[in-house]
Write a protein that binds this ligand. Structure first.
Ligand SMILES: CC(=O)SCCNC(=O)CCNC(=O)[C@H](O)C(C)(C)COP(=O)(O)OP(=O)(O)OC[C@H]1O[C@@H](n2cnc3c(N)ncnc32)[C@H](O)[C@@H]1OP(=O)(O)O
Length: 129
């Protein structure tokens, strides 16, 4: 799994127990998954369709640095299915795992649009073309 983005847990990210609010962590993950998909499918019209089991494995605290990892499970016809994880960058302790998130590529009318992609592409390879 490649870990892409780091987040710093700040006071406004906490729940009343003083740990990282789960909804905030999900928002960070959803945004990362969407950005990853926009880049891979080369389409900015992307929506999250489905999330599988979400497992909050451990909590994070103010000042912790979180890193978000993403792996491709499958390229569908209009969808991209991704596996994701957030972990504590210092301790490597897993904070959350989402087995699969299905993101769908849309056309200008908001209808699913085949993306034609079958494998991960790296931006540097595209730039070398
Ligand atoms: C990044 C964000 O936060 S986006 C905001 C939150 N998300 C949204 O607002 C999305 C709202 N939902 C929608 O607009 C619609 O449901 C759509 C356009 C995404 C999909 O419409 P559908 O009628 O389900 O389309 P359709 O049946 O053609 O399925 C599209 C793809 O999604 C997959 N899919 C559909 N339902 C599911 C499901 N329940 N679970 C997993 N995958 C699914 C299909 O397998 C298909 O993938 P494929 O083409 O690779 O085989």
């Amino acid at each position: 799994m490649r870990f892409h983005t780091r987040k710093w847990v700040k006071p406004e990210d906490l729940n009343p127990n003083g740990t990282l609010f789960g909804g905030k962590l999900l928002a960070w993950l959803d945004e990362e998954l969407a950005l990853y998909t926009i880049i891979q499918l080369e389409n900015s019209r992307i929506v999250t369709k489905h999330m599988s089991e979400i497992n909050f494995r451990s909590s994070a605290r103010q000042g912790d640095i979180i890193e978000i990892g993403i792996d491709v499970v499958k390229f569908g016809t209009t969808s991209l299915i991704l596996k994701s994880e957030a972990r504590n960058m210092m301790t490597r302790e897993t904070i959350i795992t989402i087995d699969t998130t299905t993101l769908v590529s849309l056309d200008e009318n908001g209808k699913p649009k085949p993306h034609g992609k079958t494998e991960i592409e790296y931006i540097k390879d595209r730039l070398e073309d």
